[in-house]
Design a binder for this molecule. Structure first.
Ligand code: FAD
Ligand code: DLZ
Ligand code: SF4
Length: 517
């Protein structure tokens, strides 16, 4: 490609695959060029699930093709290109030296780590570097800071109401549609026995995706996960098709079975859209509009649509706000001083705990598990077992196709591990086996007995739950939302508590944890 005569070089990162991206909006195809690069630095900062790598590289390649079809010049550096320096900074420098742009145009990245790189590039590059705000979110970073200022504690529910008002979604004038902001109480049904789930839309790999699969198998053979059941869309059109399928086939039941779990069926009535939202193939607003339209047309009930919209303009925006408000210290938080290693079963799925085996298996096979699997099974176990936040965080960042630090870290440190001491949520989501039994069909086929509290056959979640409360009594017993279980613990006979703690010790000491740092 020739030198850019006064034009701009516009970098598009792997999770910025949005035609309306801030740094692409005013592109002049006659003068400007886009740079996209597959680099080892991003592919290996954690050893991502194979499906995550395939999804992202294939989506990047398709996005570059679409830009070229519009007449835009794209410098695309593939992972195997001989000249590839292996880093985003190296590729940007190489392109600037070759193309001599008048300026480099960037859109804020999703992660703190990459923002620091952007600031370094400003110093290092021999041309002006312009960083534009990422406006693909409903709430800007400044908007969240304004909301958070002078608040003694942050709670998603109040933030969410502001977002409902700001977007006008599901509003009836200045009141919430249906007279309530939140219909969660109606969204806790277990799947009925013999319930037939719909076959969810999956996408067969096209020729480009197959090429990327070969690349990933060759270059990342030991990474976690399998490619056999890869079914993600890799283009905006595919993502839009997936959204339409969700709205038509699943949204109606999304609310009722939002928290339900079933062996061998992770998709249920979930959106299956987070990889697309996070990589930029869909925007949060269009996804919410599609759901709100279904409610307006009478094809989906309010509890489903409100529940879905809340996940996106509530939780998704809220965790992003907390991330940027609290980084970089947030990454180091460890309120409970947890220091155990991550058990091997998170990699192997080899365990007699049927719930854990299923949730790790779904994760391995699809680079996906739904929210309650991530929170109440996989996360709950890591919390109760006292696994170090850094170990848990690294795992979540690599195993899911939708994982980026801005969304994963607050979910892990805030929601799951209470490592932030109550910044994101008001209590740890610790639960015994009874919760998993109530919401799933896992326990019926388990080697353990969910009704037993102690002993070899007892469900480990049961004694680990009380052991967790006893172990962290100093730090947690003052928490109002844990007052009830602490009252129950206080009433337990000392011999009973000792038995529980012995069982927990025996179980945890026998758990192999040989991988990782
Ligand atoms: P649905 O259940 O259909 O929900 C719709 C959308 O709401 C999702 O696509 C997602 O964009 C959003 N959403 C729902 N819950 C959350 C949440 N807690 N935080 C942010 N957005 C939310 N989500 C990610 O996108 N990336 C992650 O790395 C990630 N890590 C997580 C780690 C833990 C420990 C937990 C408990 C949750 C995590 N989540 C993460 C949130 C949630 O589990 C996924 O967004 C969801 O499972 C994606 O599947 P879906 O598209 O079918 O979601
Ligand atoms: C996740 C990821 C991966 C695996 N590979 C690349 C890549 O090769 N090139 C790229 O531009 N982006 C990649 N990404 C996404 C980045 O890691 C992401 O932009 C940052 O984490 C900021 O969110
Ligand atoms: Fe999981 Fe316990 Fe149920 Fe087994 S009995 S599936 S370990 S909750």
């Amino acid at each position: 490609m020739e030198e850019l005569q006064g034009g701009a070089l516009r970098l598009v990162l792997g999770d910025q695959l949005t035609r309306g991206l801030a740094s692409l909006k005013d592109i002049d195809p006659a003068r400007d060029a886009v740079l996209m690069a597959e680099v080892m630095e991003e592919a290996a900062y954690v050893p991502h699930h194979k499906q995550k790598l395939v999804f992202l590289f294939s989506a990047m390649r398709h996005f570059a093709t679409e830009l070229r079809e519009e007449g835009i010049s794209v410098v695309y550096v593939a992972l195997d290109d001989a000249q590839n320096t292996g880093s985003l900074g190296g590729e940007l420098k190489r392109a600037v030296e070759r193309l001599k742009p008048a300026r480099v145009m960037l859109t804020e990245p999703g992660e703190w780590r990459v923002l620091e790189m952007f600031h370094d590039w400003r110093e290092e590059l021999d041309c002006p570097v312009i960083i534009r705000e990422d406006d693909r979110f409903v709430c800007s970073r400044a908007g969240f800071e304004d909301w958070a200022r002078d608040r003694r504690s942050y709670r998603m529910e109040f933030f969410y109401r502001e977002m409902r008002r700001a977007t006008g979604l599901l509003m009836d004038g200045d009141q919430p549609e249906g007279g309530r902001w939140n219909f969660d109480a109606e969204n806790r049904k277990k799947l009925p026995k013999d319930h037939r789930l719909p076959d969810r839309m999956r996408f067969a790999p096209d020729a480009e995706t197959k090429r990327v699969m070969e690349l990933v198998e060759a270059r990342f053979p030991d990474n976690f996960g399998t490619l056999d059941e890869f079914g993600w869309a890799v283009t905006r059109n595919g993502a839009l098709e997936a959204l339409r399928e969700f709205v038509a086939e699943a949204l109606e039941n999304f609310g009722d079975y939002q928290d339900a779990m079933t062996a061998g069926g992770p998709f249920l009535y979930h959106g299956l859209i987070s990889p697309y939202l996070n990589a930029g193939l869909l925007t949060p607003r269009e996804v919410c509009d599609a759901a709100a339209e279904a409610y307006a047309q009478g094809t989906a009930p309010l509890n489903a649509v409100e529940g879905f919209v809340r996940q996106i303009i509530g939780w998704r925006e809220y965790v992003r706000g907390i991330y940027w408000l609290k980084m970089p210290d947030y990454r180091e938080t460890n309120f409970l001083g947890a220091d155990a290693k991550l058990p091997d079963l998170y990699w192997t799925a080899e365990t007699d705990m049927n719930c854990m085996a299923n949730c790790v298996g779904d994760t391995r096979d699809h680079a996906y598990a739904h929210h309650i699997q991530r929170l109440m099974v996989l996360g709950n176990f890591a919390l109760l077992a006292g696994v170090a936040p850094r170990e848990v965080q690294d795992w979540y960042l690599l195993v899911y196709a939708d994982a980026y630090e801005w969304v994963e870290l607050p979910n892990v440190h805030g929601m799951v591990l209470f490592a932030d001491g109550g910044v994101l949520g008001s209590k740890p989501y610790a639960a015994s086996g009874a919760y998993i039994d109530r919401m799933s069909d896992y326990c019926g086929d388990c080697a353990y007995d969910v009704k037993r509290k102690t002993g070899e056959k007892a469900c480990p979640f049961n004694y680990l739950y009380w052991d967790f409360l006893a172990r962290n009594e100093k730090k947690l017993s003052g928490n109002q939302r844990l007052a009830m279980p602490y009252r129950t613990l206080a009433k337990m006979k000392p011999e009973r508590v000792a038995e529980i703690r012995r069982d927990a010790k025996r179980f945890l000491e026998a758990l192999p944890a040989t991988y990782g740092g």
